[in-house]
Design a protein around this ligand. Structure first.
Ligand code: 4AD
Ligand code: MG
Length: 485
């Protein structure tokens, strides 16, 4: 990492032409993480660090600044001897950006290091009006300023974990020979058939189109277009060519449910596997979840400790126990039976054929099993059109993975491969067949058993952190009536 300072003139483009003149004096600085993670390497040396003031304290002869550069959760203490600096108060407002050179010395406790500053440069001033002052602010309050909340401890931990989690997901698929594919964000179909998609148009508000046909004929694509709710349909086409694929992409749903678990824009990881039935895909899902939890435990211990301290007691033990468990497989019919026998009053009554509400999902995995559960074989009318119909004629080979405190984190199924059955379902559901002709083609030419699932990245983060609202797992949350820039 380099900090650029405009001091000397360096002719960058000498070889080509002499028009541009670049001002670069490169001042090396190190990530605070490097210093705090390996303090012995830096002890009694000089170091230069850059960062933002997270807290500061002023006393008669010394001022203390806790500096954070985003490279780790911990702050580095900078000690400013006021006899050596003229105007230390200008360094102290929260979020002032500083470049500090100094001697690395042990902290008073001796458990880490701090810097005795010799040179301090203000890279960017701040003011006492900086809106996130030291007192603990509620997550609701922080949501009103998505651009600044990123600088707080919670979001420092959240986004490092999100990054590590994302890389772990890619690693799992890379290690297991999956092809990473990119599917379109703009599409003409509604994968889940729930009619909850956002339209894409270039028409202005005050258009003068008289009919729906005229409206779409003159629109950008000449047909209705929407943001994808799932990459699955295209993912299946890739799987029929490459065998094992996955996508990792944003998906969009205009659901009216304003809950702590639903976002209008969220990231989904969707593997699709040829020659795999429902049991095979359940195995992959369980392996993936365990793999990513393990990586997060190994690589993000500080972040998880932070979440355990402030958001969920016993979090790390919970995650650790997932690694050692075998996930339960619970038939939907048995789940209904358990719920009906439960010694508990639910807001939504349950009967065979009714969808499981969050309260039911949570009862099953928190109060009965206290671990992740795959609920399998849902009634076909509850689920999407593409799922494989079981021989009982009333259920599909589908499963949701439910986890304590969050509920569903994965939606999964074996896909219907029979052309006629699939066509009938599309017709019966009054879906527009012309939108699905290519999808149906996959059942005409070399149709094979195949299965896949969608893991919601933000729901996984809820589970990993114990944070209660999905809006705090994504930088710029989108939900009904909420769009902050
Ligand atoms: O269960 P869903 O709707 O399944 C699908 O979209 C399939 N096409 C996936 C597939 O088989 N390829 O969604 C999958 C997951 C859910 O389990 C949940 O984790 C997440 O996506 N999800 C949401 N996350 C946040 N906000 C929402 N509104 C979500 N809707 C679904
Ligand atoms: Mg689902």
């Amino acid at each position: 990492m380099f900090y650029k300072k405009s001091k000397s003139c360096y002719n960058f483009t000498k070889q080509t032409h002499n028009l541009f003149c670049f001002f670069v004096t490169i001042m090396k600085h190190i990530d605070i993480a490097k210093l705090l993670n390996n303090p012995q390497d830096w002890l009694n040396k000089t170091a230069t660090v850059c960062g933002w003031v997270r807290t500061s304290r002023d006393s008669k002869s010394i001022a203390f600044v806790e500096l954070n550069d985003g490279s780790c959760l911990k702050h580095l203490q900078i000690v400013l001897d006021k006899n050596k600096f003229d105007n230390t108060t200008s360094y102290l407002p929260l979020c002032t950006a500083l470049c500090v050179e100094g001697d690395v010395v042990p902290t008073q406790k001796g458990d880490s290091v701090e810097i005795n500053a010799t040179v301090v440069t203000i890279l960017g001033t701040s003011t006492p009006e900086y809106p996130i002052q030291k007192k603990p602010h509620s997550l609701e309050f922080l949501r009103t300023m998505p651009h600044l909340r990123l600088r707080t401890n919670t979001f420092n931990a959240m986004f490092r974990l999100r990054s590590v989690l994302s890389m772990a997901i890619h690693q799992y698929f890379e290690d297991n020979n999956f092809l990473y594919v990119h599917t379109p964000i703009i599409t003409g179909s509604d994968c889940e058939g729930a009619g909850e998609s956002f339209g894409v148009t270039t028409h202005k508000f005050n258009h003068n189109k008289k009919t729906e046909k005229e409206y779409y004929d003159t629109d950008f694509f000449g047909v209705p277009a929407n943001l994808t709710v799932s990459a699955q349909l295209e993912g299946e086409a890739y799987a029929m060519a490459f065998g094992k694929i996955y996508t990792f992409a944003p998906t969009f749903r205009a659901e009216n449910s304003n809950t702590t678990r639903h976002a209008a824009e969220f990231w989904q990881i969707e593997p699709e596997i040829a020659f795999a039935d429902i049991d095979d895909i359940i195995e992959v899902a369980e392996q993936l979840i365990k793999y990513i939890i393990k990586v997060c435990i190994d690589r993000c211990s500080q972040e998880l400790e932070f979440f355990e301290k402030f958001y969920e007691k016993g979090l790390i033990g919970k995650l650790q126990s997932v690694l050692d468990s075998n996930f339960i497989k619970l038939d939907y019919t048995k789940a209904i039976d358990l719920l009906q026998k439960a010694d508990k009053k639910f807001e939504y009554p349950v009967s065979w054929g009714s969808d499981l509400q969050t309260e039911h999902e949570r009862y099953l995995c928190e109060e009965i099993y206290n671990q992740p559960i795959f609920v399998v074989n849902y009634p076909k009318d509850l689920k999407a059109f593409y799922m494989k119909q079981n021989s009982d004629g009333r259920t599909v080979a589908a499963t949701d993975l439910l986890v304590p405190s969050v509920g569903e984190i994965i939606g999964c199924s074996e896909r219907e491969t029979d052309y006629t059955k699939l066509l009938n379902t599309i017709e019966n559901r009054k879906m527009k067949i012309s939108d699905y002709t290519n999808y149906l083609d996959l059942r005409k030419y070399g149709s094979v058993p195949h299965s896949g699932f969608g893991l919601g990245l933000e729901r996984m983060l809820l589970y990993l952190t114990g944070v209660g609202n999905i809006r705090d797992t994504i930088g710029y949350p989108r939900a009904k009536g909420e769009l902050r820039c």
